[in-house]
Design a protein around this ligand. Structure first.
Ligand code: ATP
Ligand code: MG
Length: 439
């Protein structure tokens, strides 16, 4: 097969047909590495075909791991290519082991390729997780071993843990480098797509820019999932970043236990269950992720500042939106936060980018500032505009239903929202009305 030469930056993946001392994209010196790529053979026999619904309908397998099925958009699609990224130690291997074991139980041939753990380690993990069945495992770091194994037997699912640990020994670059990953992943994807083998690649994400590793693969695969969470807390979130077979804003929630990952069926209860009698600065917000609502708690404190410039910090809410919101509240209420720090926390480690949370944030800030508790049985949702007006948002009905299910008695929301008898609706038109209600 004919080969052509390209030069690929080992840091950012920028490609060039000639060698350059300095990468034009990331400005790194001496980062361009030579890379031989095989030119694709032209298949002259390939011709256009008509798509018929019966022949080309997508085949899905429901794994029975509810939260995983949810983020995949309703099960594992046959022949799809999935990238699972996440911080070290977050539980990627655990999750994939459980998926592999489920597929094995369902009677599909599965191969688990591990480039990171020895057979002994994997066996003890299997024992700890109490997984049934006899899962075939291949411990290797060489791409050729994997290609050989997957072409010899037609597996339904192949898991590669991790893509950074697999390399092509005929390339001069170190395993884990961008060039290695590009070569390895494109060969694996091509081989397995041809055979219609579903494949999951595990990719590491580190804080020091190594995120570029899995990022570069994102356009090659069908689905990108990120496994997130605070390692100190027992729950983990599986977020869809890209999905060619389903919606992208789904979040799966798991609880990490010694015996493995457990799907959390009622995340609202899970997130607000620790709330006892609440004080000022705390409010409830019905958040919509993908196709389901989750009630979250929004907390704020506004202590007197000891800095020349007051501090604004936010966990789970966009900091720039917080700056705007504080300015809007200040203008509407004539209550300067000039000598006040503002700290916001959305509990449970959720990152909310829905504008509907604005009202709950504003309520928590005012409640903390004026030391007026909002109350355990009250929730809020609505977007706040620059003139302090409270704007309508989508999925109001779904949010209200979830509030009702959790026993919330009162909901403050934009005017015009209606609901049955179970909940008292308090319509608000602007921030001033919110203030008058709270104080
Ligand atoms: N013996 C154990 N008892 C309880 N929990 C354990 C035990 N061993 C591992 N865990 C849990 O599993 C987590 C590690 O999971 P896992 O190995 O699946 O993560 P990973 O994302 O694959 O990590 P890596 O990036 O190192 O490959 C640990 O953070 C810990 O919470
Ligand atoms: Mg692992």
């Amino acid at each position: 097969m004919a080969k052509k030469t390209v030069f690929v930056c080992d840091v950012c993946g920028h490609e060039s047909y000639k060698w350059l001392g300095k990468c034009p994209a990331c400005k790194g010196w001496d980062t361009m590495k030579e890379f031989k790529v095989e030119k694709e053979e032209i298949h002259s026999s390939i011709a256009p075909v008509f798509m018929t619904d019966e022949e080309l309908a997508e085949e899905r397998i429901i794994l029975g791991i509810d939260e995983m099925d949810r983020v995949l958009g309703g099960g594992l699609t046959k022949g799809s290519s999935i990238l699972l990224g996440g911080d070290p130690g977050i539980g990627k291997t655990t999750l994939c082991f459980e998926i592999a074991s489920r597929m094995d139980e369902l009677g599909f041939p599965v191969l688990y390729v591990s480039g990171e753990e020895s057979l002994r380690q994997l066996a003890s993990r299997k024992k700890r997780l109490a997984l049934k069945g006899n899962l075939p495992v291949l411990t290797t770091n060489h791409i050729d071993d994997i290609i050989k194994a997957v072409t010899e037997k037609n597996y339904h699912l192949v898991i590669v843990d991790s893509i950074q640990s697999i390399y092509n020994s005929s390339l001069p670059m170190l395993p884990g480098s961008i060039s290695q990953m590009k070569d390895v992943s494109s060969r694996l994807i091509r081989t397995m797509k041809n055979q219609e083998t579903t494949h999951i690649f595990i990719g590491h994400v580190t804080k020091e820019g190594a995120i570029a590793g899995p990022k570069i693969l994102e356009h090659l695969v069908d689905t990108v999932l990120y496994f997130e969470g605070d390692k100190m807390l027992p729950y983990r979130m599986l977020r869809t970043i890209k999905n060619r077979f389903g919606p992208v804003d789904e979040v799966g929630i798991f609880q990490m236990r010694r015996e493995g990952l457990i799907s959390v069926e009622n995340p609202s209860e899970f997130f607000v269950s620790e709330r006892g009698d609440i004080g000022s600065g705390s409010s409830l917000f019905p958040y919509i992720t993908g196709s389901r609502p989750i009630i979250l708690e929004v907390q704020a404190i506004t202590p007197k500042t000891s800095f020349s410039m007051p501090r604004r910090l936010s966990l789970g809410y966009d900091i720039n939106r917080l700056f705007i919101l504080i300015a809007v509240i200040e203008k509407a209420l004539n209550a300067p936060f000039l000598d006040r720090d503002v700290y916001i926390n959305v509990t449970g480690g959720m990152k909310v980018n829905e504008p509907a949370i604005d009202l709950a944030i504003a309520a928590s800030v005012i409640s903390s500032h004026r030391d007026k508790p909002i109350g355990k049985n009250t929730a809020l949702f609505g977007e706040i505009g620059l003139t302090g007006e409270i704007r309508k948002i989508v999925h109001a009905e779904m949010r209200l239903k979830e509030c009702e299910r959790l026993g919330i008695k009162r909901v403050l929301c934009p005017a015009g929202v209606e609901h049955g008898a179970g909940i008292e609706i308090i319509p608000l038109r602007n921030v001033k009305e919110l203030y008058n209600y709270l104080v």
